[in-house]
Each structure stands twice: as structure tokens, then as C-alpha cells.
Design a protein around this ligand. Sequence first.
Ligand SMILES: Cc1cc2nc3c(=O)[nH]c(=O)nc-3n(C[C@H](O)[C@H](O)[C@H](O)COP(=O)(O)OP(=O)(O)OC[C@H]3O[C@@H](n4cnc5c(N)ncnc54)[C@H](O)[C@@H]3O)c2cc1C
Length: 356
Amino acid sequence: MDKEVNSFPMETILLLANSETDGSLGKPALETLGAAKALAAGIPGSRLLVGLTGQTVQPATDSIATCGANGFLGVAGADFAPSRYATDAAAAEALARAAQATIILAPATSRWNRTLPGVAQRLGGRVDAHVTGLSASNGQPCVSRWYYRQRMEAVLQRTHRPWIILVEPGTQAAWQGQPGTATVQAVPVTVPETSKRTTVVGVREPAADAQTIRPDASLLLVAGAGWTKKQSDGQPHVKDAEKLIHDCLKLARASLGSSKSLVDLGGEGQAVLSFLTHLNQIGQTGSTPRHAKGLATCCHGEEPHTVGWRFINERRAINLDPNCGWARGKADVLYVADAFAVMAKVNRLLAEKAGA
Ligand SMILES: Cc1cc2nc3c(=O)[nH]c(=O)nc-3n(C[C@H](O)[C@H](O)[C@H](O)COP(=O)(O)OP(=O)(O)OC[C@H]3O[C@@H](n4cnc5c(N)ncnc54)[C@H](O)[C@@H]3O)c2cc1C
């Protein structure tokens, strides 16, 4: 609980988001809008404003024109299209001041995560990142977030304003509604001199089908180091493993996770799956993704790995070892079987279903 006390009789909630290159609003922005609306509804007398930045902001504003906001503010122009600290921070600061916002909500994208702590400093405010829940208690806003690598959840209130809250994507229901027409109040921003130090020349990203981390996927497929180990014929079959995993990702539109051991093998120069990076690592020193279902393959299921499965609702694992970690209460279902054989059959069934 923040000890400094500033008393605000009325909350002005500002939803801060950037328009995408096609002028639309991304899902994390719509989720944060959903959360902002619910929060405003729980705080009597509060106002909800929307502040958008980007090359253009009118199409994005029109797409949420019927959301019930009390007003729309915008900072538009080519300078504000790319993700760049200097211009993003200047735009966010100007929008917050123009709105006289007491609470600022933004999606916890990499763009806002790196910008808004600095903006909080400029505004003399406070910031909380990785927020997974918002609520109002007796008309006072509260946020939930996890601590100690997702082991403890805390509910926080702050009296200091402005309060910037970065809302974790995938934790809130996205706002849905009809588009319309809304007037955007343009907020002037002087492009900072420091922005000239950084020129964004383009975006380099993997091709869509080479992208293996898909936060929106309903299935998380985890690959463990067992895929690279010697199999019953005394030989490793890494190329076969690569194809089986790749086909499953493609057919099931699944997201790929990995154990630390498999990721680390790459660093030791051993043959591993070519599309795997440390970003795929799940667990204590990796990520804690949110998916409806998870399937662990050739992975032992040790505690430092399974702690990253905290938010996977239904957990299944395939392992040759009936005494593996998954068998000790970590998985809902453990298939004691050869993952090479099981995944080949799963892929065949998925392909039949897809009519391929
Ligand atoms: C401080 C610390 C932090 C750590 N953080 C993490 C972390 O964030 N994430 C993480 O993953 N680990 C982490 N670890 C490491 C973790 O403890 C384990 O060592 C690691 O997860 C093991 O990886 P694995 O299960 O893929 O490999 P292994 O332990 O080698 O298991 C391979 C499994 O594959 C099975 N197998 C082999 N062939 C087949 C087959 N054909 N079909 C089915 N199954 C088969 C084997 O039975 C075996 O169970 C951490 C460790 C420490 C000490």
C-alpha cells in the first residue's frame, strides 16, 4: 500500500493505446479498454477518456466510438507511428496532462512497458506493471498482481495519483461493440530533439509460420530435452523430432514452449530444434504463459519447469517414464508412451480433420 496520500474526489481514468500500422486497435488494447470500462463502472462519479497515439488515430477511435467513453484524445503523425521511447513518452505525457488523468491504464505490451515507468516519473506519479486484475472496492480502485515468480497474488490499492497501470495481455475480456464515428480532440506535442537520435528503419520479424510463440493459442506444446536423446534403437532422431513438433504447431496452431535443458543444449553446440530460442523457455527462469491446454512431450516435469505451468488450465504429458515429475500431481493426464509414436498419430488425426 502506498503511504503518500493525495486525495482525489473524482477519478479520471485514461485508457492509453497506440493504433496498429493498419489503423486498427490490437487485442491487448481492446482488453484494456474492457478493463477500464469495468473499473469506471465500479467507481461512482468517475470519467473514462481514451487517448490514442499513432500515424493516424481516427480509424481506431471510430472502431471503439460506441464504447461509452466520455471523450477521445489523440496524438497523431508519422513521428508517433514507430515504437520509440522519446516520442511515445512525449505523447503519453501530453495525453495524461490533457486528460488530467488520475488513473492511466495501458496494455502491458513491450512498447508501453518500456515507456510508462519513465512517464510516471515525469508526471510525479506511480506505476504498477504486470497487473492481472482490476476491481473496485468501496469505490476505490484495486489491482491484482503476482509476486515471487507467480507464487503469491496480492491485491493493491494506491492513494497517490496519477497511477499508471500496465495490464497484462490475455487477462481481461476484450471490449466488443459496434464501430461508429467519434470526434478526436487533437493534443499538440512538440517532437523531442532526443527522438532524432533514434531512427526506426524498419521491423525485422520472423515469417508468420516461423513464429512459434503464440500467446492467443488455445494449446501450449512443450518440447523437452528427451526429443534429442538416444531412442530405443540407440540413435537420436532430432530431424524427425523437429518435423513432428513443427507439423503439430502448424496443424494445431499451437504455441511452442520448451524446457530449460532443451534450450540450453543449443548453447552447448548440440543438435536441437532449429526454431527454438530461449524465449520459448517455460518455468522458474522462463515464462509463465496462459493457455487453455498444455501438452508436455519428452519433458521430465521437474518443479522449476512446471512452476511455469501455473496458468495452464488442463495439463497433459507424454513420457516414457511412469515415475516422471508429471506423475506426481503435476499433470491431469500422463500418457506413458513414446512421444515420437504418439505425436505422429496426433498429427495424422489433425491433418485428417483439417482435410489435408
Ligand atoms: C535454479 C534453477 C532454475 C531452473 N529453471 C528452469 C526453468 O525455468 N525451466 C525449465 O524447464 N527448467 C528449469 N530448470 C531445470 C529443471 O530443473 C530441469 O533440469 C529441466 O526442466 C529438465 O528438462 P527436461 O525435462 O526437458 O530434460 P530431462 O530431465 O533430460 O528429461 C527428458 C525426459 O524425456 C523423456 N523422454 C525421452 N525420450 C522420450 C520419448 N521418446 N517419449 C517420451 N518421453 C521421452 C525422458 O523419460 C525424460 O523424462 C531450472 C533448474 C534450476 C536449478
